[in-house]
Design a protein around this ligand. Sequence first.
Ligand SMILES: CCCCCCCC/C=C\CC(=O)SCCNC(=O)CCNC(=O)[C@H](O)C(C)(C)COP(=O)(O)OP(=O)(O)OC[C@H]1O[C@@H](n2cnc3c(N)ncnc32)[C@H](O)[C@@H]1OP(=O)(O)O
Length: 306
Amino acid sequence: MLLTLFESHTHFFLSMFQKMILTKIISNTLSLHKKQLIEWLPAVRYFSSPTNPLVNVDVNDKSGIAVVTMNRKPVNGLSLELFEAMSKALDDLENNRIRGAILTSSCPTVFSAGLDLNELYQPDKKRFKAFWTTFQDVWLKLYGSSFPTAAAINGHAPAGGCFLAISCEYRVMCPDYKIGLNETRLGIIAPIFLRASMRNTVSNREAEKALTLGTLYSTEDALKIGLIDEIAIYKVKAIERCENFLAQFNNVSSIARSFTKRSLRQKDLEELENCREEDFNIFWSNLIEPSVQKQIGDYMQSLKKK
Ligand SMILES: CCCCCCCC/C=C\CC(=O)SCCNC(=O)CCNC(=O)[C@H](O)C(C)(C)COP(=O)(O)OP(=O)(O)OC[C@H]1O[C@@H](n2cnc3c(N)ncnc32)[C@H](O)[C@@H]1OP(=O)(O)O
């Protein structure tokens, strides 16, 4: 009741004074920090993001929904620069209080091929640290966003590509592609945050099977285990279905929704926040093992020979 009343007023005008009083009342009621609460205030303005060649953000002024398109040809390999652009785009979306975001790709048959293998092969420690830290940032911002998120998976989504999709709240995928967390097949151990997103999407049993076997699922099989929510015949339809999902929140209090999402994901977010350095150290020491480097090098060659 309090929240509904609060939101209906904020759609017209919210003065700083009102904000202060309401923040006080609601933060006391919900035991929230003021900063957290202000982050959850409903959308009052929309923006158009400055163009970044790697990530395009297109906000629909009417619906307040942003379409975030990864644009790193040929396969949206997740490099340091792409993660930096995504991290910046997520900050912009958060600061401008959009009503929802849809993540998709400009590559015609690939959503994302996962981490750019060039970042993992013969890595420079300083760059890899920046890469890994920005990867963690992107997950924390996407998985923990105050706005609702959906992925329009318009192509293959192996490994890190699947990880981005499962960090969103809803997934619509086009037919005849593959999706999954195939890290173990590359000799890589899935990090904490990747496991958390998977367990939050499919049952614990399916998450264990999927992660240990490193299975890549067809679109149809992904639907069967709940890894995706819907199939759409092509990208435009996938975006439409995501918009429909996000539109359902128009009738839900955005503060109550954000708070509920945050409380459901809080434990996973804190798990990473509390051990970021350790998470990096574990992956770095694993990554530079000669056997792991050889496996990654051979795998890159096999992709080139295709
Ligand atoms: C030990 C600690 C390590 C820490 C890591 C743990 C973190 C765990 C999280 C994620 C891990 C990862 O994401 S690792 C990346 C895994 N990715 C894959 O296994 C996918 C590999 N790619 C493919 O299967 C296919 O490319 C595709 C199905 C996505 C698309 O197929 P398509 O036929 O359309 O395209 P090509 O295969 O011809 O590729 C075109 C071009 O791109 C190069 N390529 C492909 N994938 C990557 C990649 N991930 N990184 C860099 N480059 C990639 C491919 O070699 C081709 O290059 P050329 O044009 O030069 O031949």
